[in-house]
Design a protein around this ligand. Sequence first.
Ligand code: FES
Ligand code: MG
Length: 603
Amino acid sequence: KLSEVGLNPGDDARSTSPNLRSARWFNDHRNPEMSALYAERYLNYGLTEEELMSGKPIVGIAQSGSDLAPCNRHHLTLAKRVREGIRSAGGIAFEFPTHPIQESSRRPTATLDRNLAYLGLVELLFAYPLDGVVLLTGCDKTTPAFLMAAATVNIPAICLNVGPMLNGRLKGSAERMGSGTVLWKARDLHAAGEIDDDKLVEMISSGSPSVGHCNTMGTASTMNALAEALGMALPGSAAIPAAYRERAQVAYKTGRQIVEMVHADRKPSDIMTREAFENAIVVNSAIGGSTNAPIHLNAIAKHIGVRLDLDDWDRIGFEIPLLVNVQPAGEMLCEEYYKAGGLPAVMAELLDQGKLHAQALTCNGRTVKDNVSGQHSWDRQTIKAYSEPLKTCAGFLHMTGTLFDSAIMKTSVISDEFRKEFLEDSHDPNAFECQAVVFDGREDFIRRINDPNTAIDKRTILVMRGAGPIGYPGAAEVVNMHAPGHLLKQGVHSLPCIGDGRQSGTSGSPSILNASPEAAAGGNLALLRDGDRLRVDLNQRKVNILVSEDELKSRRDELEAQGGYAVPESQTPWQDIFRRETGQLNEGMVLNCAPKYQRVAQR
Ligand code: FES
Ligand code: MG
């Protein structure tokens, strides 16, 4: 009997609730004893029957902050405002922990955990009585992991970014210190012997002065901007610094919004359409987004069932100009970017030029056009007008050829120094040939880069392999390699780099990266040797090995006789599973079995 399990048979809210997913747990008329069982442990900590069993939306808060994950730690505070927003709109909040992913300290690499956090979150959203979820995102991989999970389960979902840190400055200096970007600067100074270990720590930590994620346009700022561009976060929310009052205010508004989304049954599949992904690609170029973005965006698309590949990135994104003057591509940091108008100001420029799908639906039920139209920036130092960009062609080239099937290159970070040395001095200003020096992973690079026997001059191309998803489970961020000490002292910073690994989103290196298939998956990178010549043609989008086919064939036979390209042993069970189940970087590095599970939890 309903009365025996604490339900009031006259409660008319129940008749309005069958549409809610959570009603299958808490208001199941055919199975009242199960409803009682499901409810009792939630009543246990003080929720009332009225709150739990009268048809109010139950909204999850996917908490990614913890002491292990300092970039997202401020969410422990923000979640309170999310809760208040949910409550004020008539919902009930259920906050729960997710697998932490801290980019800067997870070994061997945080990307390994993107798919693990994804798996964990899918199970939680699928298996518990949740009608919708607020995804507390921030540090690099948390955002794509959560969007991938939201895509698979397809219950109403909205992102709340933790927000970037305040601007960094070095004591006694007016120079902006950006998290990530200062790392590359300090690393070069340290490698050239100009600063000691103590100064190295002081310099690097000066880039991280407050709560929040990286204050540069690294992978975190990029992925949260793309979440907003996709329509999965409130307009204007991504760039608000973590420490600003507006951050807590938007946390409250996000809580209110998700309750409305549950009532409207506005799901990820209604928002993350092909048009939304095309918008995100355009936005990524205009903000000077991370080279990790194609991996993650392609992965999210795969999980929601939208076709998206690297040719789309080149075709839709390459010619879009750089509008945002934030490091690493520009000078400013995220505080200026936010004050200049943040993403809506960027999207307003793109909208005027007809570069966006204006009618794409967003989480608040309005279109992209409704959200951003007319919101141009007043600060033209930080957010440029479309007609006066910082750089033209800020997107990625999709490179193919005989060294790999697929890789990307961000040409907007090519320095004048590099252009002079490699491009203008050759007879074709869009192509160059040079000799390769090949490293098998970062340890090999550290061992040999300053060894006088490693023949590197200012026309060498540095090649990194063994750094892809299988070679280094999760794919290492190691393709941006610094020049050896003797060249740094001569002022040579930008040697071209190629690799099957990734590159940090805050790096300004003109690298060809995410090469697929990686050496460990049988790619031709495994056949390359020191001294081989490579030809890179930016117009043709080709990287070719200038070694005869016969020679390559005999090298392959030799490699196969040795059992293939050697990779280090897995260190944990997850590394083992990951290596067996992962796809390559060009396809988003997703678990092979995952995309077939779609819309698993929608009502
Ligand atoms: Fe977490 Fe950069 S290390 S956002
Ligand atoms: Mg990174």
